[in-house]
Design a protein around this ligand. Structure first.
Ligand code: SAM
Length: 160
């Protein structure tokens, strides 16, 4: 079952520190077909529905050259998540586990990461597939898929 904000059996919450150590600037907003967490996929698929990433000024110039990448990593702020759980019961079933042993949206810093397929760019808007977040989820960052930057594996034993 998808969590809204309730605690499930055997979950544990803490009192989070009453301070922030860094600031974020939302650089845009993600438009998806999902207005309820109950409808969102648990993870996006590269053949999932078309979604729009709308980048706001003054960051649109930072998109220059991005259209040449087939895959992007998208980081977003899961703004409707509670942030205080240290042990969670996975929504899909299974034993409760520590938050950092899960990809749950409920975490101290609710950052989501998705690998998406670039469909195309129209100015400040990227059309992509592969997201799993609510409509109007704030956008934190965009990066080309790291494979495009990874050094080739060394030759020799074990390096194919
Ligand atoms: N793909 C990302 C990752 O692995 O970091 C996020 C995975 S998380 C399991 C995806 C789920 O987060 C969705 O199924 C939905 O229940 C929830 N979710 C999506 N957008 C959200 C938002 N803006 N605020 C809170 N929860 C959200």
């Amino acid at each position: 079952m998808v969590r809204l904000n309730e605690l499930r059996p055997n979950e544990a919450a803490v009192d989070p520190p009453n301070r922030f150590d860094a600031g974020l600037t939302f650089i845009g907003v993600i438009r998806t077909p999902w207005s309820s967490r109950r409808d969102c996929p648990r993870q996006g698929r590269l053949d999932g529905p078309l979604c729009r990433i709308e980048v706001h000024e003054p960051w649109v110039a930072a998109l220059e050259g991005i259209e040449r990448f087939e895959r992007l990593e998208v980081l977003y702020w899961l703004h409707e998540s509670r942030r205080d759980l240290v042990r969670q019961a996975p929504g899909g079933g299974g034993d409760p586990r520590g938050t950092f042993a899960l990809r749950s949206p409920v975490r101290p810093n609710p950052i989501g990461l998705a690998l998406v397929a670039m469909v195309g760019r129209e100015g400040a808007v990227l059309n992509v597939r592969g997201l799993d977040c609510l409509d109007r989820t704030p956008l934190i960052d965009l990066k080309p898929d790291r494979c495009a930057f990874s050094p080739r594996a060394a030759g020799g034993a074990g390096g194919l």
